[in-house]
Unconditional design. Sequence first.
Length: 429
Amino acid sequence: MPTLVIVGAQWGDEAKGKIVDWLGSDAEYVVRYSGGNNAGHTVIIGDQVFKFHLLPAGILHPNCVAVLGSGMVICPEGLLKELDVTQAAQARLGTLKISSAAHVVFPYHRKLDMLEEEARGANKIGTTSRGIGPAYQDKVARMGIRMAEFVHPQHFRTRLEAVLAVKNKQLEMFGEPKIEFGPLFEQYSSYADRLRPYVCDTDWDLQEAVAGRKKVLFEGAQGTFLDLDCGTYPYVTSSHPIASGACLGTGIGPRAIDNVLGVCKAYTTRVGSGPFVTELEDEIGAKIREQGQEYGTTTGRGRRCGWLDLVALRQSCRINSMSGLIVTRLDVLSGIGDLKVCTGYRLDGRDIPSMPANIDDLSRVEPVYETLPGWEGDLRSARALSDLGRNVQSYVKFIEDFTQTPVAILSIGPDRKETVMLRPDLIWG
């Protein structure tokens, strides 16, 4: 069954956008299954740079159907701006479909997101303030507005009146002014008019595609350790970016998933607050940040950088039942010198095999490192494993052996062509 999930194996920002775009040339459907415009994927094609927050990266392939799944929360204004910019830069795009069951993000979600983050004081989570958390809160509280209602004028009016009455009471508790119904309804009705042609029952469409043995690629946003259940709670997102989220957010059953590939950097990064066992707050960390241009696509914030955490990566492989790994950003480590990799966790003088669920315990974990030889020079012209030096090959082999997961693809630069395929059998089966 030709279905493939691409999932972030760390804390997001692993260069999934490039990988999804690269693999999307063979896919017939590319599906975003979770999150909203708090995620960011960058795709570079020659001298063109595309920054996606909601659109699946596969939309750049004209023969592909790009789907925003039912597990997403969608900002209509952001989606339309992104679509307009992409259409202006690239005339031939794939077909866009939006799930009628996806939830809509409104201005009151963004406002409450900022107010709640401010109220946390020193305990800020580090949200993007895009309203994603409050939108998912409404979904769970059965107060959200779905796309099916949003694009139906009368249903939208009725639902927005009811929901806005509650939201204005919440804003009043923060000492904020009410949001007027009329201007909000008028503005968002204009967005609904533009999006209406794209909204449909994507769950059924995807079930039919799977039954017809179409090639379906599920595109994860963010990363495993930002998952609401499996991540470093409370410093997590509000949805399920792990591989099983591809089932929750699309209407596809778990037995319909063929392969799962986890994308990981050759080092580790994370954005925002939360424990980071291998973080480098020194010249090496700064050098990795600058060489890798580690700044957020969505926020522009500098990412925290550290050595590759193989204990976390092994745990991620198990959480996601990974068929294989895709290792990116190997080129960034050129010239760093000897490289450390974390192969153990020590807490209060004893070894532990995995991340503790208690965030205070995780913040006290001491990494156990092994040192591997680094490499010099530009890797970006390599097109086969044999083109890479012995030390790069040894580094990749060490990752495979420790995680007990084969490496399927290497990325050695941001462009499509700067990619090395190792195990094509792990892609579509």
